[in-house]
Design a protein around this ligand. Structure first.
Ligand code: AMP
Length: 190
């Protein structure tokens, strides 16, 4: 099984590059942000809870997020592997993911971390907000999400670095250039 964590701040291009990785390697995409948004749209109880945090740019509590992610992964027992997009976002989530995958006799093979300077992230997200209409793509919430990323999520990169699994990628340039950089890292695993 090829299990990959695609990591980076909001606006780094995780969603876009996930599409390329799925198409190239046939992996199952698990985006916690997408699952939360589907729950908000479906007006589920989980969606209502998640929305309270997402609208403020804060993280949804670990317990809820981990339980949801595991339930989603369990829906695909025959997957060739998973691409985790937007998860784990805390060290507690990373530890829970290791335990979960170990229980299935598998593990995370590598983390691809997309590196993009903060000014560029804000520009990209403001632009995305104009097109997507995502409620959390407004400047105030964007700044908050980046601050939350730096405080709570960045330690996850060190977590995988200690395991020798971190691959940092320059996230600036054309989509195709960035895809090429990712493909050259993943060539060693596929
Ligand atoms: P994203 O689509 O990945 O940018 O996520 C949008 C929002 O969903 C985040 O700002 C958080 O409020 C919430 N969220 C997504 N993934 C997680 C996670 N792994 N842990 C906690 N909250 C999350």
């Amino acid at each position: 099984m090829l299990n990959i964590v695609l990591f980076g701040p909001p606006g780094a291009g995780k969603g876009t590059q996930s599409e390329m990785i799925i198409a190239t390697y046939g992996l199952r995409h698990l985006s916690t942000g997408d699952i939360f948004r589907a729950n908000i749209k479906g007006e589920t109880e989980l969606g209502q809870l998640a929305k309270r945090y997402m609208d403020k740019g804060e993280l949804v509590p670990d317990e809820v997020t981990i339980r949801m992610l595991e339930a989603e992964a369990d829906k695909h027992p025959d997957a060739n592997g998973f691409i985790f997009d937007g998860f784990p976002r805390t060290t507690a989530q990373a530890e829970a993911l290791d335990v979960f995958l170990n229980g299935k006799g598998t593990m995370i093979r590598c983390m691809i971390s997309l590196d993009v300077p903060e000014a560029e992230l804000v520009t990209r997200l403001v632009k995305r907000g104009e097109i997507s209409g995502r409620a959390d793509d407004n400047e105030e919430t964007i700044r908050k999400r980046i601050a939350v990323y730096n405080a709570q999520t960045l330690p996850v990169e060190a977590y995988y670095q200690h395991q020798g699994k971190l691959h940092k990628i320059n996230g600036l340039g054309s989509i195709e250039d960035i895809s090429d950089r990712i493909r050259s890292v993943l060539a060693a695993f596929a």
